[in-house]
Design a protein around this ligand. Structure first.
Ligand code: PMV
Length: 348
């Protein structure tokens, strides 16, 4: 089939890792498996307009964020196009206009690469679907979208579907792959249904360490091999926890994963401390409140100072009160985002 022009829109969510991906090999192959909750409210909405062009010697595209032309986004997309060209042979045949926006404030310190790259991959898959004469199965569509998203940003491959996604070949989860994310295939206890993630925006500044630099810190890292083995172990430990709904064990595991991620950064060369004083204030408050009340509040961290506060839906009333009364003062401009586990991207 041929297509002269058209337009396609996808909205795709962010995700938060429980077992962290940190360290990669060539071609965006992860050094260790990871598992994440797909989010619901933090998403990117991307419209891709395409028009057939005469000159097929190079890529041709423009990028707009919130209606404003963004030339500084071009190198990232150019790199992405180069990486996926072999799998999407039509890329040089069209001129593209990418119009994108996020539902969360930009420069909030929340990475938009997972939601942004997955939305982009899905838009391109929709074009591929229109160009092929055979029906593409949903499984093929999602798997290839995840594969392409991975080439944009590793963690983006975990944003196509929900609610729990595993990426990285491992012995725990059947069907897992280094090349794309797969839905966690086992039954999960209802304690994790509508699990809450309140994101406390401690530091909204530019990322101190880009994730590319971050992953590279794992080359020649003295603890790298142990860390990669630990991620496999933790995924194995998480499986019975997800099945039984053991929230105490869940919290221990995810908090340890978050602190280990930061420990890797503190013990690399060069070394970084990505937490801020307020990150630690929040963590200490969470621990004290948990001890005092027995409620199941826990945290995880990305490669930055913001804190993701995770808790079960059934305890959300008391825990959200605590967050608003005690934790929000540690956020920059008192900003926080209420989110919860979600089910993946949607075509608009
Ligand atoms: O997808 P990247 O290359 O931006 O890496 C993300 C890494 C972490 O967010 C720190 C962990 C993870 O598994 O998402």
């Amino acid at each position: 089939k041929t297509l002269d022009q058209g337009k396609v829109t996808w909205e795709s969510p962010s995700n938060i890792a429980l077992v962290k991906y940190w360290g990669k090999k060539k071609d965006q192959i992860p050094e260790n498996p990871s598992i994440s909750f797909t989010l619901n409210n933090c998403k990117t909405i991307t419209t891709l307009t395409y028009a057939k062009k005469e000159d097929t010697s190079d890529f041709d595209f423009e990028v707009y964020l919130d209606g404003e032309k963004k030339n500084d986004f071009k190198p990232k997309i150019e790199t992405f196009f180069k990486r996926v060209e072999a799998y999407l042979p039509f890329l040089k045949d069209y001129k593209f206009v990418v119009e994108t926006r996020n539902t969360f404030p930009h420069s909030s310190g929340i990475a938009s690469s997972a939601s942004g790259m997955s939305a982009m991959a899905l838009c391109l898959m929709s074009i591929e679907k229109q160009l092929t004469s055979e029906e593409l199965s949903e499984k093929y569509f999602n798997q290839k979208a995840s594969f392409l998203a991975r080439l944009g940003s590793g963690s983006a491959c975990r944003s196509i579907e929900g609610d729990l996604i595993v990426w990285g070949a491992n012995e725990v989860v059947e069907g897992s792959s280094d090349l794309f994310g797969v839905k966690y295939p086992y039954v999960v206890h209802e304690n994790f249904k509508e699990y809450q993630d309140t994101i406390l925006l401690v530091d909204k500044g530019e990322k101190q360490v880009s994730s590319t630099v971050g992953h590279n810190l794992m080359f020649n890292h003295p603890y790298a091999q142990n860390r990669f083995a630990q991620a496999h172990d933790n995924l194995g430990k998480l499986k019975p926890v997800l099945a039984s709904g053991d929230l105490d064990a869940f919290i221990s595991l995810i908090e340890s994963e978050a602190l280990t991620l930061h420990a890797m950064m503190m013990t690399s060369m060069p070394y970084f401390i990505l937490m801020k004083p307020n990150t630690l204030e929040i963590i200490n408050k969470i621990w004290a409140f948990r001890k005092e009340t027995g409620l199941h509040i826990g945290f995880t961290l990305d490669a930055g100072a913001n804190v993701h506060v995770l808790y079960p839906k059934q305890e959300s009333e008391e825990i959200l009160d605590f967050i608003k009364n005690e934790l929000v003062v540690y956020c920059q401009n008192e900003q926080y985002i209420c989110d919860q586990i979600g089910f993946g991207a949607k075509q608009v």
